[in-house]
Ligand binder design. Structure first.
Ligand SMILES: NC(=O)c1ccc[n+]([C@@H]2O[C@H](COP(=O)([O-])OP(=O)(O)OC[C@H]3O[C@@H](n4cnc5c(N)ncnc54)[C@H](OP(=O)(O)O)[C@@H]3O)[C@@H](O)[C@H]2O)c1
Length: 349
């Protein structure tokens, strides 16, 4: 019997928080495979804050998501039918699956297509530690922040997927690492499990005062995922020659083309001879293998730990995306699209 593809189609543009009302479920028979194609059953989706930026009508680093099309997004799945020997039945693949239960893999689509999960790697790790979060943490830290042993790094959004990895990379490279996160539970995880030297609960503690306590000589590296007040507090407490990594600005909620208010105190960058630089991890595609090898080495040596939060069912994806903007997740937010159908399959998914 031909399987049915269940798709979440982008139906209307949100003006603020995204929700299920902005998508509609569509079902259709999966297409017949052409030579070179393989049919993949999508198991798990990776949910990323940047997906909210794609829903705005304006161009960002990519074109906006198109109304009436399957919501774009990353995922992992297993080959269930194939006309391509590179994608044998049962193989795990990762990449831009979109919010749907089946997707067709073709070889020629590069980093925006589907690729085989390397041997010995849990498929879902290709969405987190070896996916956008780990790659952004790696290149943001190594190439933009350039850690120096003994310096102090502040990571905002430290209990999130990217922030938790960025801080741990800073520590591995010899920095004292301080995080900020929302809530006591998250801060305890950041210190006790992710081994940061300290964490400020920005929801209940005065961020500026705590920064002075935790970084008495000033902050050398700001790895900023949040923007807004957190960025301003960090700029007020920079050490001379500091590097400020503009990774994201989630406090803006990514709800309009302005992406939040810029820091009013940006002249601190001049006063402290500091540098602030933005980046998009995709620009480092030719160095993804280097990042994968190094992240895996650190992970295998027990130096890097990650958390995941999982929501159930394809239809939960919009709420899972919204949850990133209200702090529901600890670590990488995943959506389990479909349960395993056979015990012999490789992953716990
Ligand atoms: N430049 C790049 O190439 C690149 C690549 C990947 C990700 N990013 C950026 O990195 C950041 C983190 O992404 P992620 O995928 O790792 O997500 P994430 O950090 O796992 O999840 C988002 C977290 O943001 C925090 N947050 C939400 N609203 C906030 C607010 N108003 N103020 C402070 N914190 C808030 C919440 O944590 P709390 O509970 O602690 O508030 C939430 O758990 C995002 O800004 C994303 O756009 C950039």
């Amino acid at each position: 019997m031909t399987p049915t593809n269940r798709m979440l189609v982008f139906a209307s543009r949100p003006t603020d928080l995204v929700g299920p009302e902005h998508f509609r479920t569509v079902e259709a028979a999966v297409p017949d495979l052409a030579p070179g194609e393989a049919l993949v059953r999508v198991r798990v989706l990776g949910i990323d804050p940047t997906q909210r930026t794609w829903l705005n009508p304006e161009e960002t680093y990519i074109s906006p998501a198109r109304l009436g099309r399957v919501m774009p997004g990353s995922g992992v799945g297993q080959v269930v039918d194939t006309r391509n020997p590179s994608f044998p039945i049962g193989a795990w693949v990762f990449g831009m699956t979109g919010w749907q239960s089946y997707v067709v893999a073709r070889e020629e689509m590069g980093i925006f297509g589907l690729n085989l999960v390397p041997p010995g790697v849990r498929p879902e790790d290709m969405l987190g530690i070896f996916g956008p979060s780990g790659l952004a943490a790696y290149f943001g830290m190594l190439d933009i922040a350039r850690p120096v042993e003994g310096q102090t790094a502040l990571v905002t959004g430290a209990a999130g997927s990217t922030g938790s990895i960025a801080g741990q990379i800073g520590r591995i490279l010899g920095c004292r690492t301080v995080g900020s996160a929302g809530g006591d539970y998250k801060c305890r995880w950041v210190v006790d499990t992710a081994n940061f030297d300290g964490c400020i609960d920005y929801k209940s503690e005065p961020l500026a005062d705590r920064l002075v306590e935790l970084a008495p000589s000033g902050i050398d590296i700001v790895f900023d995922n949040v923007g807004g007040e957190a960025l301003e507090a960090a700029l007020d407490h920079l050490a001379p020659g500091a590097r400020v990594v503009l990774c994201g600005s989630i406090s803006s909620r990514y709800r309009s083309r302005s992406y939040g208010r810029g820091p009013g105190n940006y002249m601190q960058l001049a006063f402290k001879r500091a540098r602030m630089e933005g980046f998009i991890f995709l620009d480092y595609a030719d160095r993804f293998p280097e990042a994968f090898d190094r992240l895996k080495t650190w992970r295998d040596a027990g130096l890097l730990t990650v958390a995941t939060s999982v929501s159930e069912g394809l239809e939960s994806a919009p709420s899972a995306l919204a949850g990133l903007f209200t702090g529901k997740n600890l670590g990488k937010q995943l959506v389990r699209v479909a349960a395993q159908c056979a015990a012999k399959e490789l992953s716990p998914w």
